[in-house]
Design a binder for this molecule. Structure first.
Ligand code: AMP
Length: 226
């Protein structure tokens, strides 16, 4: 049972790593951005309210996100742990998550920070393509699908996200620096933060993430024994 948060700027590889962890450790990958995009596709009230913020690359207001995530985290598949990707993104969201976990007698096991320099993020985001059906992630140069613009997993046509146009990407990176980066200190002070160089290649990053998660679970097991 592991509750993991993946932290890092847009394009740092959180989604790729979370879906790899889902396969390895059989814990669900819960991505707030994917949940929001599903609301938009279903044209829900939340989707309609969130969309203008997302199109600009701004954060969706905390109250909307917190209700959505609270509902997701009580679903049956989340009872044995999860990897959170894209949430929390503000200190207020992190506090809310801590309080909810505490009320249940739970806590986070590890926060993994994927560090990637800005020029590399810009390159990655501009080449990114996603599957609108199964959320698989590709890159035109570094992780192309077998058949151009077609998802390897489900055969759907790949798309470029609205918010991956260059001017929106720049805003997302600025929003990350202003509103999400303070979480590094928040989790560092709680001794949960594991920093990993996100530029060493998908497989090596995964090996380091797995090692950090393994270390955290041993630590948790040790604390239960004492
Ligand atoms: P992502 O797929 O994680 O890059 O998220 C895409 C967009 O969804 C972000 O640019 C935000 O507009 C919105 N979003 C996703 N997660 C959150 C969150 N935890 N708090 C606020 N907005 C979010």
């Amino acid at each position: 049972m592991m509750r993991i948060v993946l932290l890092g700027p847009p394009g740092s590889g959180k989604g790729t790593q979370a879906s790899a962890l889902q396969q390895r450790r059989a814990i669900p990958h819960i991505a707030s951005g994917d949940l929001l995009r599903a609301h938009i596709a279903d044209n829900t009230d939340l989707g309609r309210r969130a969309r203008p913020f997302m199109d600009r690359g701004d954060l969706v207001p905390d109250d909307l996100i917190l209700d959505m995530m609270a509902a997701r985290l009580v679903e049956p598949d989340a009872q044995n742990g999860y990897t959170l990707d894209g949430f929390p993104r503000t200190v207020a969201q992190a506090r809310d998550l801590d309080q909810r976990l505490q009320a249940l007698g739970h806590r986070l096991d590890a926060v993994i920070y994927l560090r990637v320099p800005e020029d590399e993020l810009l390159r990655r985001l501009s080449g990114r393509r996603i599957c609108p059906n199964c959320n698989a992630i590709y890159h035109v140069d570094t992780m192309p699908p077998n058949q151009k613009d077609i998802c390897d997993h489900c055969g759907s046509a790949l798309i470029q996200r609205q918010d991956e146009r260059p001017e929106v990407v720049r805003n997302r990176l600025q929003v990350y620096a202003e509103q999400t980066e303070p979480l590094l200190e928040y989790y560092q002070s709680r001794r949960l933060l594991h920093e990993i160089d996100g530029t060493i290649g998908v497989d090596r990053v995964l090996a380091e993430v797995a090692e950090a998660v393994g270390r955290a679970s041993q630590q948790v097991a040790g604390e239960h024994r004492t």
